[in-house]
Design a protein around this ligand. Structure first.
Ligand SMILES: CC(C)(COP(=O)(O)OP(=O)(O)OC[C@H]1O[C@@H](n2cnc3c(N)ncnc32)[C@H](O)[C@@H]1OP(=O)(O)O)[C@@H](O)C(=O)NCCC(=O)NCCS
Length: 408
């Protein structure tokens, strides 16, 4: 009998959860299964692949709103919980799971889908492209002096976990309205992602929270953990910055200065920072900041006409774009895009294309952080009308590099 994909029932949720954890080489604590069910997962968006009665693959979706260049938001299916059990790998289970997830998203008229990839070789074939670039940082605090930076008239203050959970969403919302790539976080998802128990943090300390306040207003926050570097020396620590989100340059400068200056901490790491983060430009000795590039949020358009109409463009132009979509052929086709800084209109057309690109390439440029001409130089785009690439390069970039600090 073949593999069948369908939504799971409530009763199947604990088994489904166990398999997801096992695929990522972890075990499940019953409380965490309840937390996931109550605070994060949407039960009507969780699929499994069944071999007879046995679950052999999983996948699910967190519904999200994704910020686009220009500040508008589009509904996006946040694909997560993807796995195939070890006994059933490389037999097309993920293919079926992805088909089920994307079909449901299209039924719900979500114009886009997005995900974080465990391995960067998996998702291009499903039409996802690298929509944001993320940087992992490491620096020795002793070499973190700033030579430049804005005035920081406000103050950094410690907050309790409860206080932080109250103030962080407001800062996040403001940041999300101006930065492509941000997704929304519901109140329960704040609870879920900042759950601070030994089970999730391992040998790291509990979270420390700080916020930058100016004129009575919170303009940024940071959450970090500490760990002893050497079990014999309890006063030599390293720091991991879990999240730092700000809405002003002053808040950004003050919080990073604070983080780099915490006494007794030698090394600081941070993850998924945006490539245009100004810390690099503020350091007296920028080379001390080790910056490791990685793929960030992978983006896929499910309804290109709707998705491309939802954002603004940095130059006024009209181009005909052919999208070759091998995984969802009917989502591809030829589209005419008429865009400007004010808005855009994109619809299907019978006109001949100025350019042909794949769904994965379209997903990569959608948030405005990747230049189509760079993808073209890597052999991934065909230009039919001379100059079309350059014109799209002028239209698509966002004012700020797209950044998604939310891992799901
Ligand atoms: C990644 C994973 C879900 C793949 O599942 P699977 O059922 O074996 O995948 P499929 O057999 O459906 O493969 C679909 C396609 O993806 C390719 N593929 C699958 N896993 C891949 C990998 N890790 N790297 C590169 N390609 C991969 C297959 O070769 C196949 O390509 P094809 O259609 O050109 O033949 C599975 O290996 C797994 O559970 N890994 C551990 C958990 C994990 O990393 N999940 C992803 C979270 S983002």
């Amino acid at each position: 009998m073949g593999i069948k994909h369908r939504l799971i029932t409530t009763d199947e949720f604990p088994t489904w959860r166990t398999l997801v954890r096992r695929a990522f080489n972890g075990h499940v604590h019953p409380e965490d299964t309840e937390r996931l069910r109550d605070d994060r997962a949407e039960l009507d968006r969780l699929f499994a692949a069944f071999d007879d009665e046995q679950i052999v693959g999983t996948g699910g979706t967190d519904s999200h709103l994704l910020t686009l260049p220009g500040g508008s938001k589009v509904r996006a299916a946040g694909i997560a919980y993807v796995c195939t059990i070890a006994t059933h790998r490389r037999r097309g289970v993920l293919n079926g799971t992805m088909t089920a997830l994307l079909e449901q998203a299209r039924e719900r008229e979500e114009p886009a889908a997005a995900l974080w990839a465990s391995e960067s070789a998996i998702y291009s074939r499903f039409g996802f492209g690298m929509g944001t670039i993320a940087e992992d940082w490491e620096i020795d605090s002793a070499f973190s002096r700033f030579a430049h930076g804005p005035e920081t008239p406000g103050r950094v203050r410690f907050k309790t976990h409860e206080e932080a959970l109250q103030l962080m969403p407001g800062v996040w919302e403001r940041a999300a309205s101006g930065r492509p790539g941000f997704v929304d976080r519901s109140e329960s998802r704040w609870r879920y992602f900042f759950f601070d128990d030994e089970r999730v943090r391992g040998d790291w300390s509990g979270l420390f929270h700080v916020a930058y306040e100016e004129d009575g207003e919170v303009q940024g926050y940071a959450a970090y953990r500490l760990m002893q570097v050497n079990p014999d020396e309890d006063d030599v620590l390293k720091m991991d910055v879990v999240e730092c989100v700000t809405v002003t340059d002053a808040a950004h400068a003050a919080l990073w200065r604070f983080l780099f200056d915490v006494d007794l901490v030698r090394g600081v790491t941070a993850h998924s920072r945006p490539p245009d983060d100004p810390v690099w430009w503020m350091l007296a000795d920028p080379r001390q900041l080790e910056r490791k590039l990685a793929d960030g949020l992978w983006v896929r358009l499910l309804d290109p006409a709707k998705a491309l109409s939802a954002r603004t463009y940095s130059a006024t132009d009209r181009l005909v774009i052919e999208v070759a979509d091998s995984f969802l052929p009917d989502a591809g086709g030829t589209f005419v895009l008429d865009g400007s800084t004010e808005g855009a209109d994109c619809k299907r057309t019978a006109e001949s294309p100025d350019i042909t690109l794949g769904a994965s390439e379209l997903g990569a440029i959608y948030l405005g952080g990747v230049r189509l001409s760079d993808l073209s130089r890597s052999g991934r785009v065909q230009e039919h009308t001379g100059g079309a690439l350059r014109r799209l390069d002028r239209m698509f970039p966002a004012d700020q590099a797209p950044w998604c600090p939310h891992h799901f």
